[in-house]
Ligand binder design. Structure first.
Ligand SMILES: [Zn+2]
Length: 447
């Protein structure tokens, strides 16, 4: 029995497609109980969601603390490796309290951008020396609490991080706080999290940070729990070269050989892949997570998306370094980057791109949803169709192309998570002054 009803004149429901005059019933548990379309008169007591209603957007790859780098690292020369040094200077400074403030602000920005679920790829585990906090999961718990305060669902993907590079060299300097020493110690720590948190998954930071035996152990941990498993993969050619030199195989082949590549696995970036690698994605029924605004900021390259999709890979999106927090921008960038590479338009339809921003992310994070359908969490977002970017959008389902290619995070009006209104008319209902919180928490992290 629905306890709340939401009404929208126009909607994209996910797999069920475009619809008009939609009434969504939500139960006390926050799950959708009914979805009616073509309702002649929408009931006046239903909560009206203005504009185009979509399933909540899913940000499948985030490092919350990278938000402090926004506006500080985009100019100048160099590549990923130089940027990483700048990123490490922030990583050195945070503690559980300052991380809570920064992550709350970052997730609140995401909520305002229509993101209802975030996959937090977490490796900032310990004190700067590598010493444990009293609670060895203090930093991870700060992230989960930050999600609670900001009203978004956080799936904590706890990353095993043991070595500085593919050659097995020891962690040093700012990396010390990432490490647990062994995959066994990592698993013991993460098991303590799964005891009382609902959304915990595993991550192999990368083939740089996990030797093959550790990759095997983390994969087995995730397999035994049916948990999502993420890894950074082939973002940079240098990683491929080092992996070939050390093991004689590509990172993707190493992931497949160690059991890391499977149906609950998401490889983040998947930029520099061989034909053989792409086939392995399909065989494993794994997914690729693209983060185009970060990948272009870091001069990474463009992933072979059409080949991955042809092979049967899943596709989801992430804001990664938060150079931009706008999943519509990530979605259109997948298609627009492909146009630049292929000199052809229209490889991925607006519906396919929206699916990556919703259902693809839900699948990647092992959460229900990604659709407006009975049984799914009532995660809803609406985009205004009367802003300077969206006014004049076409009638009918063509509006999907208009929002994917023309709208931005600034057009998000209402956001509902688990049936609860979090954002109304572009205002966060739980955090009064999100820009102020961002300003204070970023400055604190950088000082
Ligand atoms: Zn990342």
């Amino acid at each position: 029995v629905p306890v709340t009803e939401f009404a929208a004149e126009r909607a994209w429901l996910g797999a069920a497609g475009y619809a008009e005059q939609v009434l969504v019933g939500v139960g006390a548990d926050g799950l959708i109980t009914s979805v009616e379309r073509d309702v002649e008169v929408l009931p006046p007591d239903a909560t009206r969601l203005p504009g185009l209603l979509l399933p909540g957007l899913v940000n499948a790859h985030s490092h919350a603390f990278h938000r402090a780098l926004r506006g500080r690292t985009h100019t100048g020369a160099g590549d990923f490796w130089g940027w990483r040094e700048q990123m490490y200077t922030v990583a050195e400074r945070l503690d559980p309290d300052s991380y809570l403030a920064l992550a709350t602000a970052a997730y609140a920005e995401m909520a305002l951008a229509g993101i209802t679920t975030v996959g937090e790829f977490h490796y900032l585990h310990h004190a700067p020396s590598g010493a444990r906090y009293d609670d060895a999961n203090a930093m991870g718990r700060s992230l989960v609490e930050a999600g609670r305060r900001a009203g978004v669902r956080v799936v904590l993907l706890d990353a095993c991080y043991l070595t500085a590079d593919v050659d097995g060299s020891a962690l040093a300097g700012p990396q010390l706080r990432f490490g647990d020493g062994s995959a066994t110690a990592w698993a013991d720590r993460v098991d303590a999290l799964t005891d009382d948190l609902p959304h915990v998954g595993a991550a192999v930071h990368s083939v740089r940070a996990c030797p093959p035996d550790a990759m095997r152990d983390v994969a087995a941990w995730a397999q035994a729990r049916g948990a999502p498993l993420h890894l950074h993969l082939s973002e940079q050619r240098r990683e491929n070269d080092a992996c070939l030199a050390a093991y004689g195989v590509t990172p993707t082949r190493l992931a497949a050989d160690t059991g890391v590549l499977g149906p609950r696995t998401t490889a983040v970036h998947a930029t520099h892949l061989t034909t053989d690698d792409i086939g392995l994605f399909g065989e494993a029924n794994a997914a690729a997570c693209l983060c185009p605004t970060t990948e272009r900021d870091l001069a990474d390259g463009v992933a072979p998306v059409p080949s991955l999709l042809d092979a049967g890979s899943g596709l989801c999106l992430g804001s990664d370094s938060h150079a931009v927090v706008d999943l519509l921008e990530e979605a259109r960038a997948v298609e627009l980057d492909e146009r630049l590479v292929s000199e052809r338009r229209g490889t991925l339809s607006p519906e396919r791109l929206l699916a990556a921003a919703t259902a693809g992310g839900s699948r990647s994070l092992g959460t229900l949803g990604g659709a407006i359908a009975p049984g799914c969490p009532a995660d809803l977002v609406t985009l205004r169709l009367d802003t300077v970017r969206t006014a004049g959008a076409p009638d009918g389902s063509e509006v999907l192309g208009a929002v994917v290619f023309g709208a931005s995070a600034g057009d998000v009006s209402h956001v509902v998570v688990d049936g609860r209104l979090i954002v109304e008319d572009g205002q966060h209902l739980l955090i009064e002054d999100v820009p102020g919180l961002l300003d204070r928490s970023v400055r604190a992290a950088m000082s």
